[in-house]
Write a protein that binds this ligand. Structure first.
Ligand code: ADP
Ligand code: MG
Length: 203
């Protein structure tokens, strides 16, 4: 992947996050402290303002720097976690991994940092199924794959509704966290959509 694509992905992600910031905040108000939309919007607007500079770097360096920006600007629990995701992806890119390997490495860093697994009602409940769908996609036509990844993210977000949170602020609610979508899973779904939209337009 070239960094020009990364620039477009940052733009698209910042736009999607801004469009849905209210929604993310409402979800976080239900089972958290109501700042997820604001946090993500702040972080992705900061990334947007760096997009040209990042696009001049190689992909590995661009992802690592983008990750550091998210750590610094998103704040909350999700900032360091999304930062870890991008830093992990950047390291894997430097080692020559493709998209599936990069996402796997990013997820591994999120899991380590947050001491979480799939099923804890977090962003991982979208990221892990999307990575698995990508992993099994060798030879698949681009448009079908992008549609498949978006549908996987949609279903994975919906599946967080019935989960009980065992990590993050929502875990303080215990059983009362059931019946609500996880805000971080919702933002991860938006990011998956943004990336897929850019790659689909390229096909
Ligand atoms: P905070 O909870 O500090 O207010 P945000 O509201 O920005 O931070 O982000 C909350 C989201 O972060 C949650 O919905 C969840 O998806 C994600 N999250 C929280 N803790 C963890 C964790 N340990 N591992 C993975 N994701 C987490
Ligand atoms: Mg919050």
């Amino acid at each position: 992947m070239e960094t020009e694509l990364l620039r477009q992905m940052i733009e698209r992600a910042a736009t999607r996050i801004a469009e849905h910031a209210e929604e993310l905040t409402a979800l976080d108000r239900a089972i958290g402290d109501g700042d997820h939309g604001i946090n993500m919007k702040r972080g992705f607007e900061a990334l947007r303002s760096e997009a040209d500079r990042l696009a001049a770097l190689d992909l590995a360096a661009a992802l690592q720097q983008a990750g550091m920006t998210l750590v610094g600007k998103v704040g909350g629990a999700s900032g360091p976690l999304y930062g870890s995701l991008l830093v992990g992806m950047g390291r894997a890119a430097a080692e020559g991994e493709g998209p599936a390997g990069m996402l796997a490495a990013g997820i591994a860093m999120v899991k380590r940092r947050g001491k979480a697994e799939r099923g804890c009602k977090t962003m991982l409940d979208v990221l892990v199924p999307v990575q698995e769908r990508l992993e099994g996609s060798a030879g698949e036509e681009r448009r079908a794959l992008m549609r498949g990844l978006r549908e996987t993210a949609d279903a994975a977000l919906e599946a967080t509704r019935d989960m009980v949170a065992t990590r993050g602020r929502a875990s303080f609610l215990g059983e009362r966290s059931r019946g609500h979508l996880d805000p971080g899973a919702a933002s991860s779904r938006l990011l998956v959509h943004a990336v897929c939209e850019v790659l689909e337009a390229e096909a």
